[in-house]
Design a protein around this ligand. Structure first.
Ligand SMILES: Cc1cc2nc3c(=O)[nH]c(=O)nc-3n(C[C@H](O)[C@H](O)[C@H](O)COP(=O)(O)OP(=O)(O)OC[C@H]3O[C@@H](n4cnc5c(N)ncnc54)[C@H](O)[C@@H]3O)c2cc1C
Length: 399
């Protein structure tokens, strides 16, 4: 796998310009007015033989006044990679020095716009339709007119693929603000508790890399943070509060946490919160990933919490360590009698991580546990789950 070339100087210059703009006269921090946090640590959590690259990021809140609670996420405003910007400029026969204005009418040059304002990564339907119109390319117009063809075309493609497929020039580079969507911030579950680490935020970020249509692809924000922002670098952040993923108000309530992969992040925050003395919640964590030797994120933390009694139970599932695939839902099924006992005693059930496969599979295992051990069957299990949702003790933060 090849890695994106890092134009260190250019990235640093772009970051310091971003920082200067952010710091100027700002007092409150938000999505539109992010705080420029210093990276205190950026280290690999996964082993060198892992198929994944997940990184532990520590940010300094210094005297920003930013506050957060376990369950909250941090929003990060990324920059597009310099390489990606260069290629787009080259294909459009532009230099990057062309003057444009941002979405608020503020003047900047095109290179800055493509770095920090416009989404040149994952291709959107709106962009394809606008480019089809701009180029008059009949093949693209056909794709744009058919939802199925459009979805198939968009999969795994970026703006660069589109302009290579249907090359055209732009009379006015400002048109790009109509063609491309705005580069959106990305959210990351906070994996620390401010009760323990007063001026820090920890994040656990999986760097997105894959191949499609014959090219290496890199997630915009996860590579910006993970691979282009080392210790000492700056990241524009804001706090995204999530009232629907809080620890139980009653500090004696049982807590079951299911967090495979980076889904474990908020549960590390919950455990730090308990460690800081904020509650005595009995806690049970299900963690899973591919291989114990490579992918057991925060192994030392979790084992230390088991040893000192902060974490009452830890069940792990490593899918590739044996012939048959073992996932967190497998462990839920194996321990369903005990799980039912916890649920029956009022436990909150939290799920974080993959929304497509893991979360529905975990829900199915949960329903099975209730149906079997209540002795009342699947209809009762559905009612039980509906009641848990009503009581806000079945909580999911999935993505
Ligand atoms: C509430 C919330 C909390 C989150 N917490 C975390 C967290 O703690 N840690 C974490 O790592 N992430 C977390 N995420 C996900 C995170 O916000 C980003 O979505 C993720 O990092 C990808 O962003 P990116 O900019 O790097 O990738 P992008 O540039 O946005 O690219 C991602 C896109 O690439 C495409 N893609 C990815 N893989 C493939 C593939 N194999 N084949 C084809 N296409 C593919 C998909 O369309 C995907 O949407 C969270 C999301 C939410 C909403």
């Amino acid at each position: 796998m090849s890695y994106p070339r890092v134009h260190k100087g250019a990235t640093e210059r772009m970051q310091s310009e971003q920082t200067a703009t952010l710091e100027a006269g700002r007092t409150t921090w938000s999505r539109n007015n992010p705080y420029s946090a210093t990276v205190l640590e950026n280290r690999l959590l996964t082993g060198s033989d892992s198929e994944k690259e997940t990184r532990h990021i520590e940010l300094d809140l210094a005297d920003s006044g930013l506050t957060y609670l376990p369950g909250d996420s941090a929003g990060i405003l990324p920059l597009n990679a310099c390489d990606a910007v260069d290629l787009v400029l080259e294909r459009l026969h532009l230099t990057g020095q062309e003057p444009v204005t941002d979405f608020y009418g503020k003047p900047l040059d095109l290179r800055q716009a493509l770095s920090s304002w416009l989404m040149i990564g994952k291709l959107s339907g709106t962009t394809l339709k606008a480019w089809a119109k701009h180029t008059g390319n009949p093949e693209l117009s056909g794709v744009a007119a058919n939802k199925e063809k459009l979805d198939a075309y968009l999969w795994g493609r970026e703006f660069l693929d589109l302009i290579e497929h249907a090359p055209a020039t732009l009379d006015d580079p400002q048109q790009l603000f109509k063609i491309l969507p705005r580069l959106a911030p990305r959210l990351y579950s906070i994996s620390s508790s401010q009760a323990l680490l007063h001026t820090h935020i920890d994040l656990s970020i999986r760097v997105v890399k894959y191949q499609s249509h014959g090219r290496d692809r890199f997630g915009v924000c996860s590579t910006h943070v993970g691979e282009r922002t080392p210790k000492g670098g700056k990241l524009p952040i804001f706090i995204h509060s999530n009232q629907l993923f809080r620890l139980p108000a009653d500090p004696a309530t049982r807590v079951i946490m299911v967090g495979p992969g980076t889904g474990v992040a908020p549960f590390r925050a919950y455990l730090q919160h308990k460690q800081a003395g904020c509650g005595r919640w009995p806690m049970w964590l299900f963690f899973g990933d591919q291989r114990a030797s490579q992918d057991f994120l925060y192994k030392e933390d979790f084992e230390a919490w088991v040893a000192d009694g902060t974490l009452n139970r830890l069940d792990t599932a490593f899918s590739r360590d044996q012939k048959e695939k073992i996932y967190v839902q497998t462990r839920i099924r194996e321990n369903s009698a005990e799980l039912w006992r916890w649920l029956n005693e009022g436990a909150y059930f939290y799920v974080c991580g993959d929304s497509k496969r893991m979360a529905p599979d975990v829900e199915a295992a949960l329903l099975e546990a209730v149906a079997t051990h209540s002795g009342k069957g699947p209809d009762y299990a559905n009612e039980f789950l509906a009641e848990m949702k009503k009581q806000k003790r079945y909580l999911r933060d999935v993505y």
